[in-house]
Ligand binder design. Structure first.
Ligand code: ADP
Ligand code: MG
Length: 696
């Protein structure tokens, strides 16, 4: 209780330190989005500065989330020189509200040329400022949005805030139709379960692939993987326990409600989950969770790997994005109700989500795409790359009833009749959960399980908020005009249940049959990131992004370019790293080994002509042929990587990286891993899977 939020300029600190009027004005801005007067900003900035100085801060920074995938900060000291050669500590409202970093080096997808490189960061007062403590240096971090000189979003926060706004507006329309005039806001809520790996730092430092790409590009399978299923929920050793507790304390100080932690399926794999919060804050907090996991690991001589697939052959990491909608007065809109009236409202929101997910599966799929996740989706460790929804037996049955024939007879107290009058209370325990479904209803929220472990959760939530806002708006359009509200609602829900039931699937999502069945149902199947990215340029998608003011055409084009560029760049770095390691580490080790064998044969034979050297000879034959194969594959990979560089169209280039470079990387790896299995362990140039996964 003492440490929770100690490093956050949160509501209670504001209340205590701000003059009443200022506090009220700021609250109004936070809660209702009204503009902040410059005079108010000055007072807030000053209070924030005093608070930070008392905590030992020397610097402040606008903390933002450019399209690099990591957060960015540029530190300014509070000092300001005075005429007599001293300094005072200053921080103005202007500095709080707006920053102007030279932003030419952030990804912008061609929006800006370097000569107009100015970018703006703008304070997001809905996410509280916090203190970073690194090596004893305390910095005040102000969450900000980042956009170009001409106003285009260059970050992950801006579209998220916009998507929350449109969801709020459309969901309120529905609530009003159901007679709720009390609730003032609808807030999308998110709880993100974060998976990660821990390995000993000394192994990490010896592996160029981990250092440069975050994953192992070589490595033969160890004799033991995850087949014993003894890691999941296993007891946590002391070293990791100490690490986790350190992480928790750091997070609690930052006001992040870290709650659960456990071992995951793969050896060396763990999970942490905080309690859900508003989407915006949950997203900022997830970034801080990832940073803290990595930062604290080094204190324990560990390294935290957030990559989706650090090790081939065992499970990779993802994030489960738990999502719901809540009113400002605490009503969870995905909580099935107890009265027929509440049920009708619940079913309306549920159907809106079903329609949204079915119609916009392409965007949802794209939102969970990155190079790392391409290794996981559809690989029997994560949901398939096909979007479907799991509702559970009872809700599925209710959907069927809606489809098959209007209302059941009884009307309670003259209220709505809608398919079913009272829902049975739905079980919230985990027994009937389908772990293979990418999008599962889990009692009072949806769990989007495709999200990559290293990616910001902003993207998936922008899409969720946007597509649900879109269907809610269509539903509201119809219901607001309807003369017979109940009749129209019945018709609408029946339509949705009928037209979109194809997206509902309760079976085993990992099976091959499902892939075929999904195809028969006409569900889209985007196997890789490159397949998914073009969705951003489809007119139907641009139209809804623009209709809801989330991203405009220019911004979408920019993101299209950025995603493809990032895809190509990361495969390129991986390929070059492989070439480097194969050339300078594996090849010399193999040559040494082959030479040792040859020498041994000669020496033994010279000593005793009749001696048996069949073991060495067989090994020499195998290893020298693998050695030749290795060199050949290095040459091949070099040549496709060079060719990829020459392609100028971003899409064509990404396709080439996927089909030629990535495929060739697999071939090179195969030969190298075979070599690892026979070469003398003392000669092998870097730590093995057994060491990395089990020596902790
Ligand atoms: P699991 O069994 O998947 O771990 P939990 O019940 O522990 O499920 O919840 C997982 C996450 O879902 C937690 O972060 C939790 O806070 C979050 N969560 C619970 N309710 C909601 C909600 N209404 N909206 C968003 N997230 C929620
Ligand atoms: Mg979960």
């Amino acid at each position: 209780m003492d440490i929770f939020g100690a490093n956050v300029f949160n509501n209670s600190v504001m209340k205590e330190r701000l003059p009443k009027n200022t506090y009220r004005a700021l609250r109004k801005t936070i809660d209702e989005g009204t503009p902040l007067e410059p005079a108010v900003a000055d007072v807030v900035a000053n209070a924030m500065k005093d608070w930070a100085l008392e905590k030992g801060a020397t610097h402040f920074t606008h903390w933002f989330q450019p399209m690099t995938g990591v957060t960015a900060e540029k530190h300014d000291a509070f000092i300001s020189p005075t005429a007599d050669g001293n300094v005072i500590m200053e921080f103005s409202g202007k500095e709080l509200i707006k920053g102007e970093p030279d932003a030419s080096s952030f990804p912008n997808g061609g929006i800006r040329s370097t000569f107009e490189a100015r970018g703006y960061t703008a304070w997001d007062c809905t996410s509280p400022a916090f203190l970073h403590e690194d090596a004893g240096v305390v910095t005040l971090c102000i969450p900000t949005a980042f956009c170009s000189y001409t106003g285009e979003a260059l970050d992950r926060k801006t579209p998220l805030l916009r998507s929350m706004e449109t969801l709020n507006k459309q969901a309120l329309r529905i609530l009003q139709l159901f007679g709720n005039t009390e609730s003032k806001r609808v807030i999308a809520t998110v709880g993100a379960e974060q998976e990660y790996f821990l390995i000993d730092k000394k192994f990490y430092m010896q592996r160029t692939d981990l250092l440069l790409t975050g994953r192992t590009l070589f490595g033969a399978m160890p004799p033991k993987g995850q087949e014993m299923e003894d890691h999941y929920f296993g007891s946590i050793n002391e070293r990791v326990t100490a690490y986790m507790q350190d992480v928790n304390v750091e997070l609690w100080k930052l006001g992040i409600p870290a709650k659960t932690q456990h071992k995951e399926v793969a050896p060396g794999q763990y999970e942490i989950a905080p309690i859900f919060e508003s989407t915006n804050i949950a997203t900022d907090h997830n970034q801080q969770v990832m940073e803290t996991l990595q930062k604290v690991a080094t204190r324990h001589d560990l390294v935290c790997l957030l990559h989706e697939k650090p090790f081939a052959g065992v499970n990779g990491s993802g994030k489960h994005n738990n999502w719901s909608m809540s009113t400002d007065d605490g009503i969870n809109l995905l909580e099935p109700g107890r009265t027929p009236h509440q049920n009708a409202q619940f079913l309306t929101f549920l159907c809106a989500i079903i329609k949204a997910v079915d119609e916009h599966a392409d965007l949802l799929r794209l939102s969970a795409s990155n190079t790392g996740n391409d290794h996981r989706l559809g690989a029997n460790e994560a949901p398939p790359a096909i979007i479907s929804m799991f509702l559970g037996d009872q809700l599925s049955d209710i959907l069927k009833q809606l489809q098959n024939g209007g209302p059941k007879s009884s009307i309670q107290g003259g209220q709505l009749e809608i398919g079913v009058n009272t829902l049975p209370s739905l079980p919230k325990d985990s027994t009937d959960r389908n772990r293979t479904s990418p999008f599962a209803f889990t009692g009072n929220k949806f769990e989007f399980r495709m999200v990559p472990s290293s990616l910001s959760i902003s993207g998936p939530n922008v899409v969720l908020n946007l597509i649900v806002a879109e269907t809610l708006s269509l539903i509201a359009d119809r219901l607001e005009k309807a003369e017979d509200f109940h009749g129209e609602l019945r018709k609408l829900l029946k339509e949705i249940a009928t037209n979109h039931s194809r997206v509902l699937f309760d079976g085993n999502g990992y099976s091959e049959e499902w892939v075929e069945e999904a195809e028969r149902r006409g569900l889209p199947h985007f196997r890789s990131t490159v397949d998914a990215v073009p969705a951003l340029l489809l007119e139907k998608n641009i139209a809804i992004y623009e209709k809801h003011g989330v991203l405009d055409r220019t911004e979408l084009h920019s993101r299209y370019e950025i995603y493809l560029e990032q895809y190509s760049k990361s495969i390129n770095i991986e390929a070059l790293t492989m070439i480097d390691m194969a050339q300078k580490q594996i090849l010399p080790a193999a040559i040494k080994y082959v030479t040792t064998l040859a020498k041994s044969i000669n020496t033994v034979k010279t000593a005793y002509a009749e001696a048996e050297v069949s073991a060495q000879t067989e090994l020499l034959k195998d290893s020298s042929s693998l050695l030749a194969g290795l060199k050949q594959k290095i040459n091949d990979l070099q040549s496709v990587t060079t060719q990829a560089k020459d392609l100028t169209d971003a899409y064509e280039q990404a396709v080439y990286y996927r089909d030629s470079v990535f495929t060739m990387m697999g071939e090179l790896r195969q030969v190298a891993d075979q070599l690892e299995e026979i070469v003398d362990a003392n000669l092998w140039p870097f730590p093995t899977y057994s060491e990395m996964l089990f020596k902790l």
